[in-house]
Ligand binder design. Structure first.
Ligand code: UT7
Length: 326
């Protein structure tokens, strides 16, 4: 048995935060943000939005497209670094919201590569015959762990969720995947607390340890190299070259990172999907959000070879080739 994608969905908070809004918060300009990142605006959660509620809305849309009922699901994985709670998992909350009582539900933490990691896990379960129908969701509320006084990072991130429905099928949708991590560089991008090392305390708040810390420039350079490598490994494992790609759907972190990889892979602009101008970097949600938009707008067509590619905190990276069958 192989994995076939049969539904996509996405969900966003209502509120929009523009670059002009950020100009009023830190020393920056719309011009700097646009030229350095490509981002124009991002969605920002209100106090009654949770990662689980965004994930549930995206999941319902993917279920509706596929025609699968929640009771048929064997597995639900939520990729996230901004769960509702340390435990239980956000996936268990989604399971409860959906009333998907027959599913195993758990979260995957691989930062911006989390969706590809989660999809690889489901693909392995489907190939083993143990899972027939599964939901993979990437969902984040990053704006709650962003340091709004740090102009180096606060403008990058946004909130949202994307979901895909996977079903066992004799014809393959997911062709190949590659995932890899490098824990030696964990300090380049992380959230110091709350956790074992920095438990919840006044000190944590005073020292702003509950917010994302990032050495953007270093991450940028490593991202370009690692994403190119992951893309080429996945393609060659499936017997493909970059000429075979119909649509490249990379993690949406920075337009310059995406352009650099597209150039290294020799891809024309029309084969590279970009929507970060409207959503910013939504970490594990960015690829399923992009896939849902590409699917619903016709940017991906049946039979297309789609290449996913991501890089993030950990450090982690991953790529996946998919024959689109929707
Ligand atoms: O999701 C995966 C993980 N995250 C990423 O992939 C993010 C990767 N990194 C990036 O996207 C980029 O590194 C940033 C957008 C974060 C920064 O862009 P950059 O071109 O690497 O800028 P930089 O950090 O090298 O800073 C260049 C200059 C500095 O000024 P000096 O030292 O040259 O005078 C910064 O102080 O830009 C300055 N700067 C800003 N200026 C205006 C930094 N942030 C801002 C700002 N507005 N918001």
């Amino acid at each position: 048995m192989r994995s076939r994608l049969t539904g996509t969905g996405s969900a966003f908070p209502f509120n929009v935060l523009t670059n002009q809004d950020i100009e009023k918060m830190v020393d920056t300009t719309d011009e700097w943000i646009t030229t350095r990142t490509g981002i124009k605006e991002r969605r920002i959660a209100s106090s009654d939005d949770f990662t689980s509620t965004l994930a549930t809305t995206a999941a319902l849309k993917a279920l509706e497209m596929s025609g699968v009922s929640p009771a048929e699901l064997d597995m639900i994985i939520v990729a996230t670094v901004t769960p509702d709670f340390p435990f239980p998992s956000t996936a268990c909350l989604v399971q409860n919201n959906l009333k998907a009582e027959n599913a195993a539900a758990f979260d995957v933490s691989a930062a911006c590569s989390g969706f590809i990691y989660a999809l690889s896990i489901v693909d392995s379960f489907i190939r083993s015959g143990k899972v027939k129908k599964a939901l993979v969701i990437g969902a984040e509320i990053l704006t709650r762990i962003v340091d709004w006084t740090d102009r180096n990072s606060c403008l990058l991130f946004g909130d949202g969720a994307g979901a895909v429905l996977i079903e066992a099928d004799s014809s393959p949708g997911i062709l190949d995947s590659f995932i890899k991590s490098d824990g030696s560089c964990w300090e380049l991008l992380y959230q110091p607390g709350p956790g074992n090392r920095n438990p919840a305390s006044h000190k944590l708040i005073d020292e702003r340890l509950n917010f994302i810390r990032m050495q953007g420039n270093e991450v940028f350079k490593l991202a370009v190299r690692a994403m190119e490598d992951a893309a080429l490994k996945t393609l060659s494992a499936g017997g493909f070259t970059t000429d075979d790609i119909d649509l490249f759907v990379p993690h949406q972190a920075n337009r310059r990172i995406i352009e650099a990889i597209g150039k290294r892979l020799g891809l024309p602009d029309e084969k590279v999907f970009v929507n970060l101008d409207r959503y910013g970097n939504t970490s594990s949600a960015s690829i399923p959000i992009a896939l849902d938009e590409a699917n619903r707008t016709g940017a991906i067509k049946t039979g297309d070879l789609v290449l996913l590619d991501a890089f993030g905190g950990g450090l982690t990276c991953g790529a996946m080739s998919i024959r689109w069958q929707l």
